[in-house]
Design a protein around this ligand. Structure first.
Ligand code: PMV
Length: 361
């Protein structure tokens, strides 16, 4: 599909009002997206596990306006009006208006809440933008009932990408690939899609415990981090490495080769942070406790031969990845050894999920 496929024709009907609700999950990348060109076109392809417990639920109530003049919306976050989130939504609406020409015809009340604590340091932009995009697509489906499922999901992912890049990987599950790659048929820079190759059952129920090392605001945002890949001395090699890691991942995911999975995933996480440390200006998002946790994971893996590994997003938190068959013993290890490195001892047990769902009121 191309951008043109997302431009709708004339709408069949325009209901007076209505309400839609969607719940969209967060995701954690195995091969990382870091570096982009306008607007949210990734410098390299990426792949992620869709999560399950960490999710955003968003309801959009819409009511026909008298005049088609400008965007009109209220934003309610966890029960309270949230004026400081409004500029981000305004920018998003401006960006997607040409693909959703009904936007100025309605007043919207957007009510949103996260399953994880707001101050957890977990970015809610992926799940939040995915949930909002799905609500808007659901409204569009009411205006044009002939839209098929494939277009619905691809366009929801396309819109989510325009809101926040990695949000395009939060529509479907369980493994989502985003970014054009010559060896992955139908892959696109414009939207995420379900990983098209064989995936061993071990990965279908993989666990991810998010160790909340630092819950405060990050010193450097992802937006700034992506920009610093322009003119970065190692950028070209890094982008090539990501393309090649997607090739390498294909047999690993098919065969359930955990030893190779661990090497690739940990190397991706450390490469992401190495890019941050070698940017100009350079910066570091890992904290001393991030490194303590990584060392303990390595020691535990060596001593017990349990296939646990870590990955990192653009922050200090650590995602501990392990097969569900090892859940019991790994969760004891987390409680006894790793919790002490988390802010207020907090962590969240999550696992691979199956994508966003519509909630019927
Ligand atoms: O979607 P953004 O702009 O927040 O960037 C996400 C970047 C990483 O989380 C570090 C990697 C990824 O692929 O999700």
């Amino acid at each position: 599909m191309t951008e043109k496929d997302f431009l709708p024709g004339a709408y069949q009907k325009m209901p007076e009002n209505g309400k839609v609700t969607w719940k969209a999950p967060s995701n954690i990348a195995l091969v990382k997206y870091w570096g982009k060109r306008p607007v949210q076109i990734p410098a390299n392809p990426s792949i992620s596990f869709t999560l399950d417990a960490c999710a955003t639920t968003t309801s959009v109530t819409f009511e026909k306006k008298e005049k088609n003049d400008g965007f009109s919306f209220d934003l309610i976050f966890e029960g309270k009006q949230k004026a400081d989130f409004k500029p981000k939504i305004q920018t998003f609406l401006e960006r997607v208006e040409m693909y959703l020409p009904f936007l100025k015809a309605y007043h919207f009340t957007i009510e949103t809440s996260n399953s994880f604590p707001h101050s957890s340091g977990i970015a809610s932009s992926a799940s939040g933008m995915a949930a909002l995009s799905l609500c808007l697509m659901d409204i569009e489906k009411e205006l044009n009932s002939s839209m098929d499922e494939a277009l619905f999901h691809a366009k929801a992912s396309y819109l989510a990408r325009l809101g926040s890049g990695s949000a395009c990987r939060s529509i479907k599950g369980d493994l989502v690939q985003w970014g054009a790659h010559k060896n992955i048929p139908n892959s696109s820079d414009l939207y995420g899609m379900e990983y098209p190759f064989k995936v061993n059952p071990v990965f279908k129920s993989y666990c991810d415990t998010i160790l909340l090392v630092h819950k405060g605001q990050k010193k450097v945002s992802s937006t700034v981090g992506h920009q610093l890949m322009h003119g970065h001395p190692y950028a070209e090699n890094r982008f090539e490495q990501a393309f090649s890691n997607l090739d390498k991942l294909k047999p690993i995911l098919a065969n359930g080769d955990l030893e190779e999975f661990i090497k690739l995933v940990e190397s991706e996480a450390l490469t992401l942070h190495a890019m941050m440390m070698t940017s100009m200006p350079y910066f570091m998002l890992m904290k001393p406790d991030t490194l303590e946790i990584i060392n303990k994971i390595w020691e535990y893996r060596e001593a017990t031969k349990t296939p646990v590994c870590f990955t990192l997003d653009a922050g200090a938190n650590v995602h501990l990845l392990y097969p569900s068959s090892d859940k019991e013993k790994v969760q004891i290890f987390i409680k006894d050894e790793l919790a002490e490195h988390c802010e207020n001892g907090q962590y969240i047990h999550d696992q691979v999920g199956s994508g966003a769902i519509k909630i019927n009121d």
